[in-house]
Design a protein. Structure first.
Length: 449
């Protein structure tokens, strides 16, 4: 009897286990994920990823005279403080490479020494030359005096002798006058030579002083208080340590005005026609998912750019609110409201399936589900408009039911299809196969991004 009791007990446990397996397993397997058909205003949005930039920024410039004075058109940033550092006015920001400027200054100092030597030589030569001319003038004056005395002493001499002495006196007079004129000309020439050499020397001296001033400016300091943000090149890279500063632009870094921020984004050429200036935008910050901001489209580029084999257009969105957490280079998620379709029926995109050219849903009918053909319209990131085939408060499945491949599609009347002239859906529906009837794509590729 005891043995029979054990056998009955074991058999009962096995029976209960089998019943529980079939009962609960079947329920779990048949568990359905559903959504209710809604009716109302349907927002059409273009969703993009953007980057925060300041609407305006003060530039932190390098020395202004590098190109003009040194003929240096690119200079390396040898050191710079970390991107995003908050600085006070006059605080150290960066150090530019001094090697090329130092060599230029040494060359200029050598040239200035040559100019100084030339100035000294010219001054000495001029002094010696003019001194010799002045001595000649003095000697000519003495000679003229002698001729006058000789003429006075020859008044009792024969007329021919007197005439000869007079001629010598006139000749001495002309020689003195010519020497005086020559001295004036030589003096003016000497003054001009000295001025030319002195001008070159002074110019070199001023240039050398300016070069030393520029050398001091190679250590960059903040013109005002703010947050230092690295300047971006045309390819999007940041100008940090070892980057080359172009002396035409002459910008080392920027001090953005954080009170007004812009989200700069790019829209593909398919969606750009939907985006207009003045449209409203919902802005999210990846770093702070709980924060939401409103924005407005302020600029849409007319000319596209080629980025990774795709044509995109730059769009700027101004952030309406101010928040101290907003910083340049933060990633944003922008939902641009391009249109609102009023009073329409819509469901989640995940509820849409297709078989060849027929788009359908699984509509719940009591404890079972039916394949219903639908005609779809526009979509947004999560939902899609149903033009025909469903009504408000209908329930649809988001996951195909068991043996869904054996269900026949309940087709819409031909006149209904003709009425809407069904075109390819703006969403790529999920195609169901007999092999994988219970699986559906998680992320339809139509999401506007």
């Amino acid at each position: 009897m005891t043995r029979k009791k054990y056998i009955y007990l074991i058999a009962s446990v096995l029976l209960l286990a089998i019943i529980a397996y079939f009962f609960f397993g079947k329920n779990n397997k048949g568990e359905q994920i559903t959504a209710t058909v809604k009716k109302g205003n349907f927002p059409i949005e273009v969703t993009t990823t953007g980057e925060l930039i300041a609407k305006s920024a003060d530039k932190i410039n390098g020395p202004q005279a590098l190109g003009q004075l040194f003929r240096i058109w690119n200079v390396k940033i040898q050191d710079i403080i970390a991107d995003g550092t908050v600085v006070d006015s006059g605080q150290y920001v960066a150090q530019l490479d001094l090697s090329e400027t130092t060599n230029k200054i040494k060359d200029e100092e050598l040239n200035q020494e040559k100019l100084e030597t030339s100035l000294t030589k010219t001054r000495l030569d001029t002094s010696l030359e003019l001194r010799a001319l002045r001595d000649d003038l003095i000697n000519l004056k003495y000679s003229l005096e002698e001729k006058k005395i000789t003429l006075d002493q020859s008044k009792y001499e024969p007329p021919a002798t007197i005439r000869q002495v007079e001629m010598e006196l006139e000749k001495s007079q002309r020689t003195l006058e010519q020497a005086e004129k020559n001295y004036k000309l030589r003096y003016q020439k000497a003054v001009a030579n000295m001025q030319e050499v002195m001008t070159s020397y002074n110019q070199g001296q001023r240039k050398l002083e300016q070069m030393h001033d520029v050398l001091k400016q190679m250590t960059i300091h903040a013109p005002k208080s703010g947050m230092v943000i690295y300047k971006r090149n045309y390819d999007g890279s940041k100008m940090g340590v070892n980057a080359m500063m172009n002396t035409w632009e002459n910008i080392v870094a920027e001090l953005p005005d954080l009170s007004e921020m812009i989200s700069k984004t790019y829209i593909n050429e398919i969606d750009i026609s939907k985006v207009k200036v003045g449209q409203k935008v919902q802005i999210g910050i990846d770093a702070f998912p709980e924060k939401k901001f409103s924005g407005t489209v302020t600029a849409v580029a007319n000319i596209g750019e080629q980025v990774q084999n795709a044509k995109v257009y730059e769009v700027k969105i101004v952030v309406n609110e101010f928040d101290s957490i907003l910083r340049p280079a933060m990633t944003t998620k922008n939902k641009i409201l391009t249109n609102i379709v009023e009073n329409v029926v819509f469901i989640p995109i995940e509820a849409i399936f297709n078989n060849d050219s027929v788009t359908f849903v699984y509509k719940k009918e009591g404890n079972s589900a039916a394949k219903k053909q639908v005609i779809v319209g526009q979509s947004n990131e999560n939902e899609i408009i149903i033009k025909a085939g469903l009504q408000k408060d209908d329930i649809v499945l988001l996951v195909p039911p068991e043996k869904s491949d054996k269900l026949a599609i309940d087709m819409l009347p031909k006149e209904t299809i003709a009425k809407y002239n069904e075109k390819p859906a703006p969403v790529t529906p999920r195609k169901q196969s007999a092999k994988d009837s219970g699986k559906a794509l998680n992320s339809p590729p139509v999401i506007l991004k």
